[in-house]
Design a protein around this ligand. Structure first.
Ligand SMILES: [Zn+2]
Length: 297
């Protein structure tokens, strides 16, 4: 088969899809567990190549290599790493069968799916570095997602590794939990059980986000797969219902954040997870609104 060197968008998309089959993105479940799933992945991406039993391990290794490149996207590293992926796999040539000749790489005889994917990932990464830049290699913006992606959109503002899935923040927080334990999405009464004591605490004073975390843990344990999704739902509820606002304590007292509710929730979840839900007063504050005070009384 041939891989067109100017078709880096497709190739980078294959690389993104490949790294996001990894168990770390799916709470331990490997989406390429056997040769059949590997063959299905190849077919889905129209990659015609043979599979051998040894390919599975080779593709898993390739997946880890590509992930490591996306995780540490300096230009030199990307170029060196991607070049290693394409070396000794095929011949550079021109495809002149259509109107405009294109640079191509042809896989050598006997190449397997692992070779094909390695070449495609290499071409995709090099093409993005050349045509776009190294800032296009990013982690998924969904607070509970461990996925990564290569952004080949024109404006370069892609945020999620699997847009249809991770695009909905609360959905994705619960998606993985559902897979693991068929856990339900947070129920309103569960949310209320964390909301009520927080509004109570907020009657007299501003409260640290730590307080909200503590109140949420009393409803859903922190080590539960559901916790991140639950906490996001509680915070989202408080802000969307206009019961509390988020801010910092500065020279002028409570200084509200100006970011959108979505961005605020996303940032707080990300920051809280980074410190394993123990911010120790370092992150932000919540203040009751008049409506929140009314609800508490
Ligand atoms: Zn994601």
């Amino acid at each position: 088969m041939q891989v067109a060197l100017d078709d880096y968008v497709w190739a980078a998309g294959v690389a993104t899809d490949l790294v996001n089959t990894a168990p770390e993105v799916w709470h331990g479940e490997d989406k390429l567990p056997d040769l059949d799933s590997l063959a299905a992945f190849a077919e889905l991406h129209s990659i015609p190549a043979n599979t051998r039993p040894s390919d599975l391990r080779a593709v898993h290794r390739l997946r880890a290599t590509v992930r490591d490149l996306i995780d540490h996207p300096t230009r030199d590293r990307l170029v060196t790493g991607a070049t290693a992926l394409t070396s000794s796999i095929g011949d550079v040539s021109l495809d002149a069968t259509s109107g405009r000749a294109r640079w191509t790489v042809s896989l050598r005889q006997g190449a397997t799916i692992a070779d094909a994917l390695s070449l495609i990932c290499g071409v995709g990464i090099l093409g993005v570095v050349q045509s776009l830049d190294a800032t296009r290699f990013r982690a998924c913006g969904a607070p509970t997602c461990q996925g990564v992606f290569i952004d080949t959109t024109r404006p370069g503002r892609r945020r999620y590794c699997m847009p249809g899935l991770c695009g909905n923040r609360v959905n994705v927080a619960n998606h993985r939990a559902r897979k693991a334990s068929v856990a339900p999405t947070p129920k309103l009464f569960e949310i209320e059980r964390a909301v009520a004591p927080t509004l109570d605490d907020g009657l007299d004073d501003w409260v640290l986000v730590d307080t909200l975390i503590w109140n949420a843990i009393q409803v859903i344990p922190k080590d539960s797969d559901r916790f991140a999704g639950f906490f996001a739902a509680v915070l989202d509820y408080l802000l969307r219902e206009g019961l509390m606002i988020v801010g910092d304590i500065g020279d002028t007292g409570f200084e509200p954040w100006t970011s959108s509710i979505d961005d605020t929730v996303e940032r707080i979840i990300r920051d809280c997870q980074a410190v394993d839900w123990s911010p120790r007063g370092s992150l932000c504050w919540l203040s009751n609104t008049p409506k929140g005070d009314q609800r508490a009384r």
